[in-house]
Design a protein around this ligand. Structure first.
Ligand SMILES: Nc1nc2c(ncn2[C@@H]2O[C@H](COP(=O)(O)OP(=O)(O)O)[C@@H](O)[C@H]2O)c(=O)[nH]1
Ligand SMILES: [Mg+2]
Length: 305
């Protein structure tokens, strides 16, 4: 059986987490149309007939402005040292830009320290682009790096997904390891997944600037035979943001809680009692203790030894 360690990097919002979920076949990373949805490296395990891929999804690489963002970018770059295969994901709807160049530079730098078995450029969102428009993109990216292959695909529709998986296993040597159990698909705790699911609901039900200002901590996570009781806090920077999340007559918060509870029950296969508060804490993104509590520490996920 082949076992490969794969790291997915790219600018924010190019579809890295969607790709991880598609490969794993389960939702392990939350997704939204807002940049910086993914805040820490998330491990997903994809099981295929050829073997297993241990996949790290990372926060989007960008020039950071807050301590939280600096930790995110640092953690994302750090994962490159653990990879055997790297996927650099770009959005084929937009021209190659400074953000993509930054990502490729980081991969080039990491490659000086270690030799990868494969480095693929994935032109994601190919479902949304006319084929002739892909050619100039491929030519441009080709001049940036000596890729193992450039593959247009769609994480959303699954277009060309089997092809990239086949190419990936083609790079990996035959191994003797056992891998992890077939029913394991992430290393995240239910507690941290619960926080992420709540954050996804907030991202999906609010607009504009708010996403950057929110964080979720799980204050209590009690498993009983009958149900799992979860008490969570959504942290915001200002009281006006608290108002937005709570909504008229508390309606939006109610929807967030209900949506999150349904998603948790579906993913965890158990009955959930969920209580969500909103609290204002100015500057929480620069507060190391709160960041640790929310799981955005510098440690991040690991692909193991
Ligand atoms: N049309 C299209 N949209 C996609 C595709 N992959 C991701 N998206 C969308 O792009 C947005 C960002 O996706 P996400 O996975 O959170 O990106 P990340 O920030 O790189 O992890 C979401 O609205 C996704 O639904 C794709 O293959 N095609
Ligand atoms: Mg993401």
């Amino acid at each position: 059986m082949k076992i490969g360690k794969l790291v997915i990097v790219g600018r924010p919002n190019v579809g890295k987490s969607t790709l991880l979920n598609a490969m794993v076949g389960e939702k392990v990373a939350i997704v939204s149309n807002k940049p910086q949805t993914t805040r820490s490296a998330i491990l997903g395990v994809a099981h295929y007939p050829e073997g297993q891929l241990m996949i790290l999804d990372t926060p989007g690489l960008h020039v950071p402005h807050h301590r939280m963002n600096a930790q995110m970018v640092h953690a994302a770059i750090g994962t490159l040292s653990q990879a055997e295969v790297v996927y650099v994901v770009v959005d084929s709807q937009v021209s190659p830009g400074a953000g993509d160049r930054f990502v490729v530079q980081e991969v080039s730098r990491a490659q000086k320290e270690k030799t990868y078995l494969g480095v693929f450029l994935l032109l994601n969102k190919a479902d949304a682009v006319a084929k002739p428009r892909l050619l100039p993109l491929i030519q441009e990216y080709q001049s940036w790096f000596s890729w193992t292959a450039i593959v247009p695909l769609s994480a959303k529709t699954g277009l060309q997904l089997p092809h990239i998986i086949q190419l990936t296993f083609g790079c990996l040597p035959e191994g003797t390891g056992q891998g992890v159990d077939q029913d394991v698909f992430t290393n995240q705790s239910m507690k941290s997944m619960a926080g992420e699911i709540i954050r996804e609901q907030v991202l999906q039900r609010t607009r504009a600037e708010l996403p950057y200002a929110i964080g979720v901590s799980i204050e209590q996570f009690l498993e009983t035979p009958a149900l799992t009781e979860i008490h969570a806090v959504i942290w915001v920077e200002k009281s006006s943001q608290k108002g937005i999340i709570i909504g008229k007559g508390g309606l939006r918060l109610k929807e967030i809680g209900q949506g999150a509870r349904e998603e948790m029950e579906r993913l965890f296969h158990m009955k959930i009692f969920l209580n969500v508060w909103v609290k204002v804490q100015k500057g929480w993104r620069d507060n190391p203790q709160l960041l640790m509590d929310m799981g955005y520490g510098t440690e991040g996920a690991s692909l193991g030894s």
